[in-house]
Design a protein around this ligand. Structure first.
Ligand SMILES: Nc1ncnc2c1ncn2[C@@H]1O[C@H](COP(=O)(O)OP(=O)(O)OP(=O)(O)O)[C@@H](O)[C@H]1O
Length: 349
């Protein structure tokens, strides 16, 4: 992404900033607006925030609209939040779909929250699977939407005891489950070696493994599993197995990673997953944007240097924030630097 124009976004001044094609560093004290800048870039790509579900919070207090416009590979991408609604723009017109922007500008954010991927329940890992798989296989989005629809319909039929409707939806649900499962398994199979290499290098732990659990009995057709579980599903009034119960399991010599690793190692293992995903997108021809928020607060200097050396050696566009220059390694000496203060970014020389 070449440049970013902001208007009414949190405490950030209305201004336009150039981004370095490789590394942009934003330094600033607490409350300067560093995270808000990364949030603006994320909002542009995903039409969401990584901080809040209440997107109106992004609108500057007292203003009516928050707007972010980016120039990316010769295109103009815009995202706007106003009166409870989000509007996405592409080259001067409304964007045909959210996915049209997300596809053009895959974004990855690394912040203090990223460990949740390991520690929280499976929902966050399924979200990770969904985004990752979508960027690897665009047809996945439609497959996942069809599956969700069929699941809702079948669950409604199970709840109301409508046997005919259930019998009609069951084979469809099974067919869509196969499709969703295949795309996700393919994504994880591509991601796993990239992740393993990085996580071993950074954490120093061997015997790490990452496994995709598909949400039901192994290697069996979904049709058979659904047929077998039918009585139980009828009793519970809900579909008990399927890709909606899928998960990713991290382990070290068969022990769950959350029990086997230190907190810092857990961070490195999850970080490796996020960076591996960026590498995979890149290998598939995307131009991802990597946002790293104050990683110096998360890792010790040696590990921070190791991670940033690897990340900056990749041909990926990075925007990184930090409270102080001293905590950043030499690997970042090049690139474009800004100093953030009271929501304004001043170029540093
Ligand atoms: N909608 C808003 N309008 C105006 N200011 C806001 C809005 N939302 C948050 N702020 C303020 O913006 C400031 C910048 O917050 P931000 O989280 O970007 O800072 P930061 O530089 O990342 O700080 P830290 O290093 O402490 O994480 C904060 O003082 C916050 O109170």
């Amino acid at each position: 992404m070449e440049s970013l124009a902001l208007e009414g976004f949190r405490n950030l001044r209305d201004a336009r900033y150039e981004l370095d094609p490789h590394v942009t560093v934003v330094l600033g004290g607490n409350g300067a607006g560093k995270t808000s800048l990364l949030e603006a870039l994320y909002f542009l790509s995903r039409a969401r925030s990584f901080r809040t579900h209440r997107l109106d919070r992004m609108v500057r207090w007292g203003a009516s609209t928050a707007r972010v416009v980016g120039r990316h590979r010769g295109e103009r991408i815009g995202a706007e939040r106003r009166a409870g609604a989000t509007r996405l723009r592409l080259n001067g017109a409304d964007a045909p779909a959210r996915s049209a922007i997300a596809e053009r500008l895959p974004v990855q954010v690394v912040n203090a929250e990223h460990q949740r991927l390991l520690l929280d329940g499976p929902r966050v890992r399924r979200q990770f699977l969904d985004w990752g798989t979508f960027h690897v296989e665009p047809r996945y989005r439609q497959a996942a939407a069809r599956y969700d629809h069929a699941l809702r319909q079948r669950n409604a039929a199970l709840r109301t005891g409508d046997r005919r409707a259930e019998a009609a939806w069951r084979p469809l649900l099974a067919a869509y489950a196969e499709e969703v499962d295949r795309h996700r398994a393919d994504f994880v199979a591509r991601l796993e070696p990239l992740w393993r290499e990085l996580s071993q290098r950074w954490s120093g732990v061997s015997e790490l493994s990452l496994a995709y659990h598909r949400g039901g009995g192994r290697e069996r057709p979904w049709r058979d599993l659904l047929d077998e579980a039918w009585e139980r599903d009828r009793e519970h009034g809900v579909t008990g197995q399927g890709p909606h119960r899928a998960d990713l399991h991290f382990s070290v010599a068969r022990v769950p990673a959350r029990d086997a690793l230190s907190r810092g190692q857990q961070k490195l293992v999850v970080l490796a997953l996020l960076i591996a995903e960026v590498r995979l997108w890149r290998a598939l021809g995307h131009t991802p944007l990597l946002l790293i928020d104050d990683l110096a607060a998360e890792l010790d200097p040696r590990h921070l240097a190791g991670v940033l050396e690897t990340v900056t050696a990749d041909p990926v566009q990075l925007v990184l924030t930090s409270i102080s220059r001293a905590s950043l390694p030499e690997a970042l000496a090049g690139g474009r630097w800004y100093c953030a203060q009271d929501g304004a970014l001043a170029p540093m020389v």
